[in-house]
Design a protein around this ligand. Structure first.
Ligand code: FAD
Length: 376
């Protein structure tokens, strides 16, 4: 096999990898993106994104919406599974529903990077000042964007990471048959979030065009399938979702920031997105941190002007900390309360319109207080 070489090799073509590629190609670098899957491919995800994501991506929504689902979301319903719900309506789009099979492919093609799709990264060996990947690709810099199970993150850790505390989630996305739309009481522009009674996770349900996405994620993966089955059964009575879903729930795991102990930088290597464990701790939103970390990494790479020693890449860690807080950040303000009291208090608060809007949605889910990362 002839050796391929590039200025930067990005492993993983999800939102993190394709955003980083887009910025680096714009800066004039020869960027190669490798992914084990052929695109378009699906990704286990609800596909809910906040407007800051589009701002960071300098996204042309009209162009995107040509033949793709872009569902404006104007309201939320929140509560505890089995309990009452509070509602928040904004009268304008405050977030959007996308389908990952469309969104990821769009971002990847838009990057104009060279692509090697359907090829897993199997090996990474340090060679001189850089890397030899799969015995075929030579590069001075590897960016790990391969999600939670990223081979670059594994190579950096030198162990499996079994001790990491993960969030486990399951979801299903399907086209709702026209004949069942009348029976399904899900408003097109309202997302429903319901927390588990023990507050260790939440389930969601929302419509995106003709598609419905239902799922549940928990910090504690023990009996996840049982929690999903209970939620699904409750939604049948609550909103009339079909009894016979046309497929199985798919599962995936990922890390929440700041619990992740992954080291995002070493000589000739950077981790971005889920590979670095950056998802927001309360909502589990990972697309925005993936895109923001990709932009910050790209900026640091350009500033390093080809010298990728660990010290030249270290400003990336500083920027991550400035953006997402240091380790131990985002402590739960109510964590000092006994668990039983927290649970009964939460059930009442979550069903209150004011708390649902100003705390759960604006602060925990929309991060309305945090402006978008934009790189000129
Ligand atoms: C059920 C569920 C629901 C979610 N819902 C939301 C949501 O609504 N909104 C939100 O913001 N976040 C959500 N998230 C989190 C979000 O999906 C991730 O945070 C986001 O996809 C991270 O993007 P990424 O680019 O870092 O990684 P990914 O999107 O995981 O992309 C990684 C890529 O790397 C490739 N890859 C992996 N291993 C290799 C290898 N060995 N060689 C080559 N390529 C490899 C994969 O094929 C993949 O294409 C959800 C997560 C789950 C599990």
């Amino acid at each position: 096999m002839p050796i391929d070489s590039c200025d930067v090799l990005i492993v993983g073509a999800g939102p993190a990898g394709s955003t980083c590629a887009w910025r680096l190609v714009k800066a004039g670098l020869d960027v190669l993106v490798i992914d084990k899957q052929a695109f378009p491919r699906d990704k286990v995800c609800a596909g809910w994104v906040t407007p800051a994501v589009f701002e960071s991506l300098q996204f042309d929504a009209d162009d995107y919406a040509q033949g793709r689902v872009l569902q404006p979301i104007c309201g939320f319903r929140t509560g505890v599974i089995g309990g009452a719900a509070g509602e928040a309506h904004y009268g304008r789009a405050v977030s959007f529903g996308i389908r990952r099979c469309e969104f990821d492919d769009y971002l990847l093609r838009r990057s104009r990077a060279r692509l090697r799709l359907g090829e897993p990264v199997r090996s990474m060996v340090r060679e001189g000042g850089g890397w030899l990947v799969n015995d075929e690709i030579r590069t001075p810099l590897v960016i790990g964007a391969g999600g939670h199970f990223c081979p670059v993150a594994r190579a950096l850790r030198g162990e499996s990471g079994r001790s990491e505390s993960i969030v486990a989630a399951q979801e299903i996305e399907f086209r709702l048959p026209a004949g069942e739309r009348g029976a399904c009481r899900i408003e097109q522009d309202v997302v429903q979030f319901y927390f588990c009674p023990d507050l260790k996770g939440y389930g969601w349900c929302f419509a995106k065009g003709e598609y419905l996405n239902i799922g549940l994620g928990r910090e504690d993966s023990h009996e996840l399938s049982r929690h999903v089955a209970q939620f699904r059964e409750w939604l049948e009575g609550q909103c009339g979702i079909p009894h016979d879903l046309p497929g199985k729930f798919n599962g995936h795991a990922y890390l929440l920031y700041p619990a992740s102990r992954r080291k995002p930088v070493d000589a000739g290597v950077l981790l971005i997105g889920d590979a670095a464990g950056l998802a927001y701790p309360r909502s589990g939103e990972g697309i925005r941190p993936a895109i923001e970390s990709a932009l910050m990494a790209a900026e640091v790479v350009v500033e390093a002007t080809g010298d990728y020693q660990a010290a030249r890449l270290a400003p990336y860690v500083e920027r991550l900390t400035k953006r997402f807080g240091g380790k131990g950040a985002q402590q739960d303000a109510a964590s000092w309360l006994p668990r039983g009291l927290r649970q009964s208090l939460a059930a009442k608060l979550l069903a209150t319109g004011w708390f649902a809007r100003h705390v759960v949605i604006d602060r925990w889910f929309l991060h309305a207080q945090q402006s978008a990362v934009v790189i000129a």
